[in-house]
Design a protein around this ligand. Structure first.
Ligand SMILES: [Zn+2]
Length: 487
């Protein structure tokens, strides 16, 4: 972490005389570049109020900035962390955050005294400069939250663990006018969408509160005139599968949520076809309104803070879902809105493909701990260190442990279940006394980051570490995996 030197900023005004970073996102002239962001942050920093730090360097050496806004000192007990632009070509969340910084700098009373606000507006500056999704190593950062191989995601996680916020919000964009929509003569209806943490071992109270916030944003956005709904992924109504965000933990939302943080993703809809109407100011304004909605009132912040603190203390349940997916339990046909491109009319299409019920198809007994065989200890030490997860040497006494064997990895997309590629199919041997060689690691689950450890280490998860080639090669020729389950 390094405090920015206070340098002269010369490029803050665009040719028109409008600031490049206006307080009001509706006055945005264009998206803000890395260079303009750097110049703006140098100028806006104020000791004791707006602090700008460097939290790491991107693959190509650009600074990853964190901006802290705090005017209440120790009174600012509610910690919120908004981050954006993990995907370099998804711009409006970053623009919204920079406008928010300017607005608070101009009018400090906009920031409640009980809020300690942290913003990382541009997680992926290399991708932003190159106008592409991936970082300088061509990695998709929002698929790097299990392995943390990239410096940008490591910086993000280090910040999240250091400040341990009560609220975290990731910021993305999706495409409203893709080819499949074009063929139907439709546009995807919402301008902006939001969803929340949903990995099934995150305490239910946190998941319930988060989903309630997603729902209670509907009237707020309707009043502002922005088309808003819960964020879904998938195909077209009525019959393609359309479902909420992935339940896996390889993204920012669920990996931060696993730390006991009320965690969200906002996705604004952009049009990418040539000649399509552009609406960056509206997208950025809609982002700002959702950020404010999530910050809530002093009373709601106290409630969220106590929910998070309870979630961090809550014991892990006795059984862990390992195979779960979204389904439509009774074949109902909820309405999905689309916009008819020729007329601008909003159509409501009854769509049995909309799947919002989370179904658990398989579970395992929760282990007391995981043991990592000495042969793979080096790789796993590095992985656990990147996540701040505690481990000790396994010791010489035998442990009741289940050996897990990788039977196969199913590479293709599963059309029947509508599931992703790279499912890891793992069998368990019955628990038996096993003595682990010297140098083996024990990862206990009575630690603060136990839920993060489960998401990363549990071998029986249908989508886990062995979905990735670099960990798959750690299996022995008979399939034995390096991580054992201690009962
Ligand atoms: Zn994205």
């Amino acid at each position: 972490m390094r405090i920015l030197p206070f340098l002269l900023a010369s490029t803050l005004m665009a040719a028109s005389g409008e600031p490049r970073v206006p307080a009001d996102p509706l006055r945005l002239k264009a998206t803000i570049s890395y260079a303009d962001m750097e110049a703006f942050l140098e100028k806006v920093a104020r000791p004791g109020f707006i602090t700008v730090t460097e939290e790491g360097r991107s693959v190509e050496g650009r600074a990853i900035r964190l901006v802290r806004l705090n005017r209440g000192g120790a009174k600012a007990r509610f910690k919120a962390f908004f981050y954006a632009q993990q995907h370099g070509n998804e711009i409006s969340g970053k623009d919204a955050q920079l406008c928010l910084i300017r607005a608070i700098a101009d009018k400090p009373a906009l920031l409640p005294e009980d809020v300690d606000l942290y913003l990382m507006p541009m997680v992926n500056p290399d991708g932003a400069e190159a106008r592409r999704r991936t970082n300088g190593a061509l990695a998709d950062l929002n698929r790097d939250h299990i392995r943390l191989l990239q410096p940008e995601t490591r910086a993000l996680h280090a910040v999240a663990r250091r400040i341990l916020p009560h609220l975290a919000v990731d910021s993305h964009e999706f495409t409203r006018d893709g080819k499949d929509w074009d063929a139907k003569g439709w546009d995807c209806w919402p301008l902006i969408t939001m969803d929340a943490l949903n990995a099934p071992w995150i305490p239910a109270a946190l998941r319930k509160e988060a989903l309630a916030r997603v729902e209670s944003a509907r009237p707020v956005m309707a009043r502002a005139g922005y088309a808003y709904t819960r964020y879904t992924v998938g195909g077209l109504p009525p019959l393609d599968e359309i479902r909420p965000s992935t339940t896996e933990v390889d993204d920012g939302r669920n990996s931060l949520g696993s730390m006991g943080i009320l965690s969200f993703i906002i996705e604004a809809g952009t049009r990418r076809q040539p000649g399509a109407p552009q609406d960056l100011p509206a997208r950025a304004d809609a982002f700002t309104r959702l950020y404010r909605h999530l910050l809530g009132t002093a009373a709601s912040r106290r409630k969220v803070a106590s929910l998070c603190e309870a979630a961090r203390r809550e014991p892990i349940p006795p059984y862990l879902p390992t195979n779960f997916f979204w389904a439509n339990l009774d074949g109902k046909a909820p309405l999905v809105k689309v916009t008819e491109r020729a007329t601008g009319k909003v159509l409501e299409i009854p769509s049995p493909g909309l799947m919002t019920d989370l179904v658990v198809k398989g579970s395992v007994a929760t282990p007391r701990a995981y043991v990592i065989d000495a042969a793979a200890a080096g790789v796993f030490k590095a992985l656990l260190d990147r996540h701040g997860i505690r481990y000790v040497q396994a010791g010489a006494a035998p442990l009741q442990a289940e050996r897990c064997r990788l039977l196969r990895v199913e590479e293709g997309y599963d059309d029947l279940y509508g599931r992703y590629e790279n499912r890891q199919i793992v069998a368990r041997d019955p628990a038996a006394g096993h003595t682990f060689p010297e140098g083996s690691l024990l990862v206990p689950l009575d630690q603060p980051l136990a839920r993060s450890a489960i998401g990363i280490l549990e071998p029986c998860l249908l989508y886990g570490l062995y979905s990735y080639q670099d960990f798959r090669t750690l299996a022995l020729p008979d399939g034995t995996l390096p991580v054992w389950r201690v009962l």
